[in-house]
Each structure stands twice: as structure tokens, then as C-alpha cells.
Design a protein around this ligand. Sequence first.
Ligand SMILES: [Zn+2]
Length: 259
Amino acid sequence: MKSGAFVEQAWSWLERELDRWTENGQQAQFWWRDDDASAASDALERLIQLSQRRRIPLALAVIPATLESGLVTCLRSCPGISVLQHGFAHKNHAPPGQRKIEIGGARPAAELAQDLQAGRQILEQRFGDRFVAALVPPWNRIDAALAKDLPGLGFSGLSTLRARRSASPAPGLLQVNVHLDPINWRCDSGFIGVYPAIAVLVQHLIARRSGYRDPAEPSGILSHHLVQNEATWRFLDDLLQFLAEHPAAGFVDAHDIWQ
Ligand SMILES: [Zn+2]
């Protein structure tokens, strides 16, 4: 089969799955998270325009320690964009040879807790109501013991990657993850391809519909405006348009998720 046929098959697969939700009288909820923002840029402008063109709410995970005032100004005039906290400085604290982690690793827990709190205060102060007190740990990785401390540090939300194991890893903490990351990090940060990307989404939808995964966790789409290539941008645009037009798909705002 030619790749064009694969692509067509993938879109119709997504359509058929969403049609099943319609037949069941259900709406499939989605949400959209974009990571690594700290400054205004042409790529950020493009991201915001995409959100506005498709009328889809966007949750921007912002790095507090490197926040520039240009980003604050830029978001002030853009409705429909929420701010989440992306770690503190996006620095790796993993011991040598281990997978990258900022919220955990070799750094003492008390210092990490201080960073997280300081970061939350920065974002609260700069973004006001736009800020949702949900932590997006860099590299989607967090020390499990630290996750339990998050409510005490003022966080009501946590968001990492792949279907959550528990909606509430600690009392007062709601975890809502993203599921589709369309970037191939192991290969020049290119696009993974339409078929693999849609397959991830459809698999999550089937798992929710069948009760194999938590049906209440909205399916999350992850983007990285600073690194994604044209193919990923194009796919993201196509996907958001497709979902915006399908009656069984709805998007939730981060404020509604973590209110
Ligand atoms: Zn990141």
C-alpha cells in the first residue's frame, strides 16, 4: 500500500472511532498542551494563531526561571490560552548515565520543593487568572514522592505523558496527561508520521471507550512550538481542524480540567 493510502486510512480510522462515540451518545473530550515556552517568538505567534483559527483552547507549559516579559505581554491579548508550570528551570538533575529529570534526581527534595513554589509564585504573579496551578514536569518525569508533596506546595494538577494510572496520585491532586506526542525525538525531532500519530490517538480513544483506560481522562495532544518541523505543524493543523469539525470531539480548557 502506498503511503498516501495509509494516510487516508488513518484519518478514516479516527473518523470511524469518533462515530462510535456518537452512536453511544457520548462526546470524546480532548485537550491540547504545548511545552517549553518562556519567550515570545514567531513560532509562538504561529501556535497562538492556530489555536485561534481552530477555536481550540491551548494550555501553554511555561518555564518560570527563564520567563521573559515579552511572553506575558503576548498572552495578555490572547483569550483561550492558559498557563501551566513547566518545572522550574528545565535543568537536568539526573545522575550521570540516567534519564533526564528535573523534578527528582540527585537534587535534595527540599530544594526542589522550594524551586517549585518559587516558580508557581512567579507565574501566578505574572499571569494572574491565566495561570492554572498544574505542574508539567520537564521530560514528563517526576519523582513519585515529590508528586505526593505537590498539593502542599500549592498545586492541584499534574500532567505527564501516556494514560494515567490514577486520576489522583495524592489527595487534592488531579492528574491529566497528554497521550499523543507527534515528535520523533530519537530521529532529528522530526514528525513520527500521520499513521503512527493517529494510531496513538485512536488506541487511547478505544481504550477509554472500552473501559480499559480511564474513560474520564481527556485525550491529550502535545506540541512543541519551538522545535517541531513543518510536517508536524501541518499535521497538528489538520488534526485540530478534523477534531473541531467532528461532532463527537470536544476540547476542554485547562481551567475547566483543574477548577
Ligand atoms: Zn520541556
